[in-house]
Each structure stands twice: as structure tokens, then as C-alpha cells.
Design a protein. Structure first.
Ligand SMILES: Nc1nc2c(ncn2[C@@H]2O[C@H](COP(=O)(O)OP(=O)(O)O)[C@@H](O)[C@H]2O)c(=O)[nH]1
Ligand SMILES: [Mg+2]
Length: 497
């Protein structure tokens, strides 16, 4: 096997998504410049993919092949009497200053290809196969390098995937990859590397390492996402504010405080997830994600928000009052006798160091606990599960808006589809639809445990700050993360089918 870095030239007609492919493979939303305008990429730009910390593959983004028809004509005219073959013609072209000036974009791309081990030929699969494509493929063939056609935009309804495959087979290209740079599918990415490997025996080891590494990274990403969500869920579930009466001003202020704390905590989770998945909150916001002023556009506590997730908020929502909060009031429903007896018993428990003695004591004395109610908790979790699922299906080339919630399910992909509209009059209908997640009983049962441990919440202002160190809390977080990971795995399966 060869130990050298595998050099890959990303080539294709302008605007087919070459730079987008780089971004998605690199998991780098900032690589190069992606635009609907032609010829934005004017110089070759390189980036390295690593596996296990070792640089494995170097990708070169190249300027678009804009005038392959003209270039092919030019090269044919240089054939002369002597029977030069295609490769000679390409070399002659690259040695010819004048011709290079005329076809400067093409010259840069072809020079890079000759200096690479393999080409990824990016195709906008919504295009019909046209003369320019035929000529591009002819010229690429002359470069005498293996070529893997990469069909982009395959997640759109307008993709002519079958027609492209048929044409590519006619020109003897059978190792064809389908890879939508915006709607990410890890299996498509794997297949892309496998197709390259079939043509590159010499670099099989590097490609295998890369395939393995990506799978490992993916698992780690899923696990880390599930842990972030589990931590959020425990924090919110455990958080409680105790007030002396349910009805006075202070109670209302405490509820506002609770709402505020939960919102801020949810936003922290969103920010952490975006960073973990290498999407910048700044980027997405600028593109119109519903993260207005750094938080989700939908009000977590509004009855509409709860309803949109199919969660019944109960009577509190019906009256429109105190939605999202349970007034867990322990009224003097206890008879005096039992109250006194309970008080004595609790006193004993407290003396014995029983952790919840204080809270039970407060209840007996008519104090009130304010906390996020179950419906809100469900919504909070459901939204984050959907967000993670959407991030896992999002290519780093995506300029789309991730919309979560009821109406959002209808039409994602509108923005990046603008190009589609003008080109083919077909609306892009990408596969990014978020799948409605259900918060299973396992999760809610586990979370119920957190409810009796206010000290497990980092939201408590008087918190020691060492919440995460509690082994019992950590165990709960781990088990919740397992449950979320299972749910996410299921939702990935649903999205694929
Ligand atoms: N919906 C969608 N848009 C894409 C996809 N790939 C690229 N684009 C968009 O197509 C345009 C051209 O992409 P770009 O990567 O700059 O193409 P390049 O000229 O080949 O580098 C940009 O507006 C991209 O956002 C895709 O798979 N789906
Ligand atoms: Mg480009």
C-alpha cells in the first residue's frame, strides 16, 4: 500500500456544489465560498481530512469547468496530423500560455487533476445530461485519472439520478456515488469513500481508516448529543423553587424566574449542540434560524407550543393561566392530626439526615414548590430530540433553516431550493423533514427520579456548582442518554426509509 496522502481533486461544472461537497466532507461551514453566482471559486483551495489524528486525504476545491465545449474544440484543433492522444492534448494545452489564458478556470482545474490521484466529478443531478457535460467527461477521461462522479442534489425531487447513471455507464463510469451535500446521509458518505477505494487499490488502507474513523466519530457525536440533552432534562426536571404561598406577588416573580431559567438553560443546550455538531449559532441565525435573539422563536411555555407537539397542557392551559408550571401546592389537606404526626416523623427523618426531609417539612407547613410541569418537560425534550435529529441529517454546506415544530415539518429546504426554482421550476423538497419525536415512558420515568432531587439541578441559584459530580445523578444522566440515543437511532432509521 501507499503511505502517501491521497490527493483528491474536486472538479465539475460551475455551481454544481464542489465547494459545498468540501464543506460537508470537512464538517466545516466556513470552508471557501458557496454561492449561486457562477465562478465564485477562482483558485484551487486545499483541505485535509484526518483519520485517527493522521492526515489521510487532501481535497482540492477547483474552479468550475465553464467552457468545456470551447476547450474541447480548441484541443481537437491542436491534434494536427500526428496522432496525439487525448492525454497529449491536455498536456499541450497546459503548456500553451495563450490557451491557458483563454481557458484559465479549466487550466487550473485540469492542472490540479493531473497532480492528484483521483477526481470527484460533482454533478448537479437536477440537470439533464447536456453537451457541456459530455465534453467535460471527455476531457476528464483524457486526464488519465480515476474519476468518481458524485451526484449532488439527489435529495431533491428534481434529481435525474437514473438518467445520469445511464449516461455515465455509457462513458464507462460505473463507480458512481450519490451524495447530497445539504441533506447529509452517513451511509452515502461511506459509499462515496468505498467507490473511491474500488478505483484506488494503492490507497485502500487510507480509505479504510477514514471510513472507520468517520463511523467512530459519528457514534461519539450521537452519544455526546444525547448526554447534553440528558443533562438539560435532569437540570430542568430537578429544578424547584420553594415559595411561602402560591398566590402572592413573590410566587409570580418566582414563576417568572423559573421560566427564565428554563429558557436560558434550553438555549445553552442548543448552543452546545450547534457547537458540538460544528454548526455556528451565528451562521444559522444569520440565515434565519428561529433563534431570534439567541433563543428559539417558539415560546416554550405558550399553549400553542405545547399543542404543536401534541402535548396537552391540562387545565392550566385551558384557562390560559400559569401555563407550563405546576403549582405543586400542598394545601392543608392533611388533617391536623396526621399533619402533626407527619411533622414529627419528618423531623425524625431530618435528624437522621434524610435528604428530602426539609422539603417535606416545607410542604407540611403550607409552602409551595414551583417547577416545570411534565407537559413542558416533554416539549423541551421532544424539541431537543428533533433538533439533534435535524443536525445529524444536516450537511455542513446547508444554508437551510432548521425549523422545528408543527408547521415546520411541511417545508424545509426552501431557501437553498431557490436555485432549483429558477432552474427547473420544481420546488426543492429535501428530505430534511424532522420526524416527530415521541418522548417515551422510559424517559419520563427516569426524569421523575430527578424531581425528588432538587440538588441535582444546576439551575438552583444556591447550587454548590458540583452537581455533575453526584454519582447518582451521573448514573441517571447516562441512562437517559442511552434512551435518547436509542430514540435518535430510530428516528435516523425512519428518515432513511
Ligand atoms: N439544495 C441544495 N443546494 C445545494 C446543494 N449543493 C450545493 N447547493 C447550492 O448550490 C449553490 C452552488 O454551490 P457551490 O458549492 O458554491 O458550487 P460550486 O460552484 O460547484 O463550488 C449554492 O447556493 C449551494 O448552496 C445541495 O445538495 N442541495
Ligand atoms: Mg466553488
Amino acid at each position: 500500500m501507499s503511505e502517501a496522502l491521497l490527493k483528491v481533486a474536486v472538479v465539475g461544472h460551475t455551481n454544481t456544489g464542489k465547494t459545498s461537497l468540501m464543506r460537508t466532507l470537512m464538517r466545516d461551514v466556513e470552508f471557501g465560498e458557496v454561492s449561486d453566482h457562477p465562478a465564485v471559486t477562482r483558485a484551487v483551495e486545499a483541505a485535509v481530512l484526518s483519520a485517527g489524528g493522521h492526515a489521510t486525504l487532501r481535497l482540492y476545491d477547483t474552479p468550475g469547468l465553464e467552457d468545456s465545449i470551447g476547450l474541447l474544440e480548441h484541443m481537437e484543433s491542436c491534434r494536427g496530423d500526428r496522432r496525439k492522444d487525448g492525454h497529449d492534448l491536455v498536456r499541450a494545452f497546459l503548456d500553451d500560455d495563450e490557451a491557458r489564458g483563454r481557458f484559465s478556470q479549466e487550466a487550473k482545474a485540469l492542472r490540479q487533476l493531473l497532480d492528484s490521484d483521483v477526481a470527484l466529478y460533482v454533478v448537479d443531478a437536477r440537470d439533464r445530461v447536456m453537451a457541456k457535460h459530455r465534453d467535460e467527461l471527455e476531457i476528464l477521461g483524457w486526464c488519465a485519472r480515476p474519476v468518481v462522479p458524485v451526484l449532488n442534489f439527489t435529495a431533491t425531487d428534481a434529481a435525474n439520478t437514473a438518467a445520469w447513471r445511464e449516461h455515465l455507464a455509457r462513458v464507462n463510469m460505473h463507480a458512481v456515488a450519490e451524495f447530497d451535500t445539504v441533506v447529509f446521509d452517513e451511509r452515502d458518505e461511506r459509499r462515496l469513500f468505498e467507490k473511491m477505494r474500488t478505483l484506488l487499490d494503492t490507497h485502500a488502507a487510507q480509505l479504510d481508516a477514514l471510513i472507520d474513523d468517520r463511523q467512530t466519530q459519528r457514534r461519539a457525536l450521537l452519544r455526546a448529543s444525547a448526554l447534553l440533552l440528558a443533562d438539560l432534562a435532569v437540570d430542568v426536571s430537578a429544578h424547584v423553587i420553594t415559595v411561602s404561598s402560591a398566590m402572592d406577588e413573590r410566587a409570580r416573580a418566582a414563576m417568572d424566574e423559573l421560566r427564565g431559567a428554563v429558557r436560558v438553560r434550553e438555549q445553552r443546550c442548543v448552543d452546545d449542540l450547534l457547537a458540538l455538531h460544528r454548526f455556528r449559532s451565528g451562521d444559522v441565525e444569520a440565515e434565519g434560524l428561529p433563534l431570534a435573539e439567541g433563543r428559539w422563536g417558539m415560546d416554550l411555555f405558550s399553549p400553542e407550543a405545547l399543542k404543536s407537539f401534541g402535548i396537552r397542557a391540562g387545565s392550566a392551559a385551558a384557562t390560559g393561566a400559569m401555563v407550563g408550571l405546576t403549582l405543586d401546592v400542598m394545601l392543608a389537606g392533611l388533617s391536623l392530626g396526621t399533619g402533626a404526626a407527619a411533622g414529627a416523623a419528618i423531623g425524625g427523618l431530618m435528624a437522621a439526615g434524610y435528604a428530602h426531609g426539609r422539603r417535606l417539612f416545607d410542604r407540611i407547613r403550607g409552602r409551595t414548590e414551583l417547577r416545570c410541569n411534565e407537559a413542558t418537560l416533554r416539549l423541551l425534550v421532544a424539541r431537543q430530540v428533533e433538533l439533534i435529529a435535524a443536525l445529524l441529517r444536516r450537511g455542513h454546506a446547508s444554508l437551510d433553516v432548521i425549523r422545528l415544530g408543527a408547521e415546520a415539518n411541511a417545508k424545509p429546504g426552501e431557501k437553498a431550493g431557490a436555485k432549483t426554482d429558477t432552474k427547473t421550476n420544481t420546488k426543492t423538497n429535501t428530505k430534511t423533514n424532522t420526524t416527530r419525536s415521541t418522548v417515551g415512558r422510559t424517559v419520563m420515568t427516569l426524569l421523575a427520579r430527578a424531581r425528588i432531587h432538587p440538588s441535582w439541578s444546576s439551575l438552583a441559584s444556591s447550587g454548590s456548582g458540583a452537581v455533575a459530580d453526584d454519582p447518582a445523578r451521573q448514573e441517571l444522566v447516562d441512562r437517559l442518554a442511552d434512551a435518547f440515543a436509542t430514540e435518535l437511532g430510530r428516528s435516523a432509521g425512519r428518515a432513511a426509509s
